[in-house]
Ligand binder design. Structure first.
Ligand code: EPZ
Length: 438
């Protein structure tokens, strides 16, 4: 199959699609299965490339993985965990960032781990200093070597106290996945509390862990000697749901997203409403539609939960090109998350980037060389173009732009989108989009 999609824009997306489990939870729950003495079952698992990458990495470490894509059911049996071959792990990890989360579970099971250099979207420097400091705090020996990091635990890891400099999702998960079997107490302050993290805590509690989420971003974990397996249904993917909502708004459409949940999307829904979008919530999901009148410009700042997610920013910016007036967007989570706007400008959008922290509170990236604020002036009609997918969410944003544009666009590198959007071409077709591979 070729890696490009021809998209003829101008048709409002209309219809119903379903989102399954959240990419940014499912992959972590899969890693958690390594900690158990017996098999785990994860349900509502989407057929996306990140799931196959993590399945492959688990298999290399001796986990028996069985996936039924139709049922969305994944069975993970960690009875025979073994050391993986360094070269194979390296070759298999691909562009994923999940391998870093194998550290704690492998140190508990095997006393050692090799973690290849990480991939992931190019939306910032994405250092792993918090992760390494946490692992050292637990007593692990960490050495950077050829192609990755070599870790060992000369004796049982012991609980630690860590105040995260920033509420990092990955570092909080690292601490959780390591602390649950470390000896004694671990305390994380300034922890991330995204719904995907709370669902991971639910999984670990089912396995036998003792974790309390206290006020002011403090999480306390009492280590236990043994964990069992789990049976869990993954929470829905709120990033995918918001991406389809933004696509409905940008194309003037009406899309029902089954599997979208209000509780995890409250902040997005408020913003969607301020832009002028209409939505209706019921037990199965949320319907999003264009109001049929002008969209409003807004001032928006991305933040950690419960703020407006950075991953919602890119798709929504495409809809903001169709709003009347000046919108200001301040990206405070990643320093380089506006790269995707270059293609939008090529298509006719009026977007200017600034180094300053515009429209909100000063962030870590102010007074530095990062264009992390954007001013979007609209509405501007978009024209078809030949565009290249820069990263996962930026890529979906390009699709939305192409769907809103006059004419036929060529979107290259779309296999990147398979990492996190299950069957996106099928869903586009179901919503009436005019798309063709090749
Ligand atoms: C997770 O990335 C998600 N990825 C991202 O989704 C998401 O954007 C992000 O959390 C924020 O919600 C996965 O879950 C696989 P972070 P993660 O650690 O854990 C800095 C998508 O498109 N930082 O919360 O890697 C970092 O540079 C992806 O689905 C350090 O400085 O994000 C960033 O500025 C993209 N040192 C900030 O913290 C560290 O050791 C937040 O990163 C770790 C992070």
């Amino acid at each position: 199959m070729t890696d490009l999609l021809r998209v003829t824009g101008g048709t409002p997306l209309q219809g119903t699609i379903t989102v399954r489990g959240a990419k940014n939870f499912v992959s972590k729950a899969m890693v958690a299965s390594l900690l158990g003495q017996c098999p785990s079952v994860l349900r509502n698992v989407p057929q996306i490339r990140d799931v196959s990458v993590v399945s492959g990495l688990l298999s290399l470490h001796g986990v028996d993985v069985a996936y039924n894509p139709e049922a969305g059911e994944l069975r993970l049996d960690p009875s025979n965990v073994k050391r993986g071959e360094t070269a194979e792990i390296d070759a298999h990890a691909g562009a994923s960032r999940i391998p870093i989360l194998f550290c704690g579970p492998l140190l508990h099971r095997l006393g050692e781990a090799f973690i290849p250099d990480l991939g992931g979207c190019h939306i910032g420097d994405r250092p792993i200093d918090f992760h390494l400091e946490a692992l050292r705090g637990f007593g692990a020996a960490v050495e950077k070597g050829e192609g990755g990091i070599y870790l060992s635990a000369p004796r049982r890891l012991r609980g630690t106290k860590m105040a995260l400099p920033y509420p990092s999702v990955g570092a909080t998960e690292q601490l959780l996945l390591t602390a649950v079997k470390a000896e004694g107490l671990t305390e994380i302050s300034n922890a991330a509390i995204e719904p995907e993290i709370i669902d991971l805590i639910c999984v670990l509690q089912k396995m036998g862990a003792i974790i309390s989420v206290d006020t002011d971003r403090v999480i306390r974990i009492e280590g236990v000697d043994e964990l069992s397996g789990y049976d869990h249904t993954a929470l829905g993917d709120r990033i995918e749901a918001a991406s389809w909502a933004s696509a409905a708004l940008a194309t003037g459409g009406d899309v029902t997203v089954r599997g979208a949940s209000q509780a995890s999307m409250m902040t997005f829904l408020n913003t969607f409403r301020k832009v002028g979008g209409k939505f209706h919530i019921d037990d199965d999901g949320i319907s999003f539609r264009h109001p049929g009148t002008q969209l409003q410009s807004i001032v928006l700042e991305t933040d950690v939960h419960p703020g407006f997610m950075t991953d919602w920013q890119q798709p929504l910016v495409v809809a903001l090109t169709q709003a009347t007036g000046l919108s200001i967007v301040h990206e405070t989570v990643y320093e380089k998350r506006f790269g995707f706007t270059k293609a939008l400008r090529k298509m006719g959008a009026n977007i200017q980037l600034y180094r300053e922290c515009l429209g909100g509170s000063p962030c870590r990236f102010g007074q530095r060389n990062f264009h992390h604020s954007a001013v979007v002036s609209g509405p501007t009609p978009l024209e078809a173009a030949d565009i290249e997918v820069p990263d996962l969410r930026g890529g979906f944003s390009h699709l939305i732009a192409a769907l809103s544009a006059h004419g036929t666009s060529t979107v290259r590198g779309i296999s990147l989108i398979d990492r996190g959007y299950e069957n996106f071409q099928g869903k586009l077709e179901a919503l009436g989009a005019d798309v063709e591979r090749g």
